[in-house]
Design a protein around this ligand. Sequence first.
Ligand code: ADP
Length: 401
Amino acid sequence: MKILVINAGSSSLKYQLIDMDGERVIAKGVCERVGEPVGNFELKIGDEKFTKQVEMKNHTEAFLVMKEALTEGEHAVLHDLSEIAAVGHRIVQGGALFKESTLVTEKVIEGIESLIDLAPLHNKAHIQGIRASLEVFGPDVPEVVVFDNAFHSTMPPEAYLFGVPYEYYEKYAVRRYGFHGTSHRYVSGECARLMGKPLEEIKLITCHLGNGSSITAIKDGKVIDTSMGLTPLDGFIMGTRSGGVDPSVITFLQEKEGWTPAETSEILNKKSGVFGLSGGMSDDRDIQNAAAAGDARADLTRHIQWYQIRKFIGAYIAAMQGVDAIVFTGGIGENSQPLRENICDSFAYLGLTWDRKVNETAIRGKGGELSLPDSKIKVYIIPTNEELMIARDTKAIVEAL
Ligand code: ADP
C-alpha cells in the first residue's frame, strides 16, 4: 500500500510518498513559495535531488506540480496517481475535539476550521491542503488527518489547566494542548521496543529538541504532561521562541515598548529564545561553534537552554515518581553532543551513567543507546519519524474501512 503524507503550510507543501510494504520512502520533497510568482519545487529520490522553479498559485496547483513529478517524465516513481491508496495529513491543532487520527469528512474539516482561533496560521493552511488534495485525488481516495496534539489528550486537568480564571477555559478552551505529539508517540514506541518492554509498563521522558522543542512525560503509555502549552510557545527556550517566562515580563515590556499583541507575539515567537539571548544565532551548530571559540553570550545561551531542559526533566521525574528512560530526538537531540553530555551529567546523582563514545558518534538518523549497562536510567537517541507515524495511522484507518 502506497501512502502520501502531506504537511501543508501557508506557503508550502511538504510531501512524502511511503510504500507501507517495508515502510520505505519512495520519494519526498517540498513545494515552496506557493502563491508567489516563482515557486520552488523539490523532489528527492534516495540521495538524488531534483529541483525546478515553477509558479504555484495555490495549494491545488502545488498538488498538480507534485503529481506531475511523481507520475510523468524521467523521475516518475508511479505509473499513475491511482497507485496511491490514501493520503495522510499532518494537522497541528486538534484542540480537545480530536483525540485520535480520523478519516476526513466534511464534518471533520469543519471541526479543524472551528479550531483556527487556536492555531491561526497552521490550521488554515492545513484546510487548504486537505481541500486541494480532495480536488486532485477525488472522493475515492481516503484522506486521513493526524493531529500533533492528539497524543497529549490523555493529560489530566491538573497538568493542562493554567492558573487563570476557570471561566476562560470554559469560554475559550484556554488550556495546555502540547505539540510534537506525533514525534513523542513515535519515539516512545521505538523506545519501548528497544527496551523490550510494553510501553504501558514504563515511565519515559521524551525530549524533542529542534528549532521548536518540547519535552513530554509518558507514564504507562499515556502522556501526563508536556512542556508546550496553548501554543508551541511554552516550555523552555527554543531557536527563536522564548519558552515560558514570568507573564509579567510581557505586560511590563508591552507598556515600556508599546508592543501590540501582534508585535508581542512576533518578538516572543521569532526574536527570543536562543536567537534573542545570543544576539542573533538560532542554529545550535552556530551556538556550539561560537561558544567553543570563546563567545561568552553563546556559552551563556547554551547553559540557559541546558539548565531549563534539566529542570523540565527533573520536574517530570517528580511528576511520574521516577523514570525508566530518557529519549533525545529532533535535530538538536540527535546531534548535539555537548547538550546530551550536560543533561546526562546532571542526572548522575540518580545513577545515570553514559557512554562517551556513543555520544560522540551519534549523529542525525543514526541514534543509539547512550546509557551504559549499569545506568539506573536508560538513555536513547532515537531519530524521529513523524511522516511514518502519519502513514501508519492512515494505513490502519483505511484498512479498517
Ligand atoms: P525543526 O524543529 O524545524 O524540524 P530540526 O529538528 O531539524 O528542526 O532541528 C533543527 C536544529 O537541529 C537546529 O538548531 C540545528 O542547528 C540542529 N542541528 C542540525 N544538525 C546538527 C548538528 N550536526 N549538530 C548540532 N545541531 C544540529
